[in-house]
Design a protein around this ligand. Structure first.
Ligand code: FES
Length: 97
């Protein structure tokens, strides 16, 4: 891997920028995300999160799994107000509109 390698293609964040964030004291995915925008792109980190975690792991000498979240949160799609209005939040009968 060279330093010019793109880690987050959505936000065009390079390996060099991730390493600079690590050297500045960022030691979590969230901290690196805030500084570099890696993981804030269209795919919401599905492509780059693991690569950033690998760099964190190598830099800090800890297992990759330590830096990855327990579950992946996929982007939410648009929902109409009718769908929300028809939800049965109280556990009673559904609205019949
Ligand atoms: S590749 Fe990083 S957010 Fe998509």
């Amino acid at each position: 891997m060279s330093k010019r390698e793109i880690i987050c293609r959505c936000e065009e964040v390079t390996k060099e920028e991730i390493i600079q964030a690590l050297q500045a004291g960022d030691t979590s995915l969230e901290a690196i995300k805030k500084r570099t925008r890696a993981g804030m792109g269209y795919c919401q980190g599905k492509s780059c999160k693991r690569l950033v975690a690998k760099l964190l792991s190598a830099y800090l000498g800890m297992p990759v799994a330590h830096f990855l979240p327990g579950s992946i949160r996929y982007p939410v799609g648009p929902v109409t107000l009718k769908v929300i209005a028809d939800l049965d939040l109280a556990g009673g009968k559904e609205n019949e509109n």
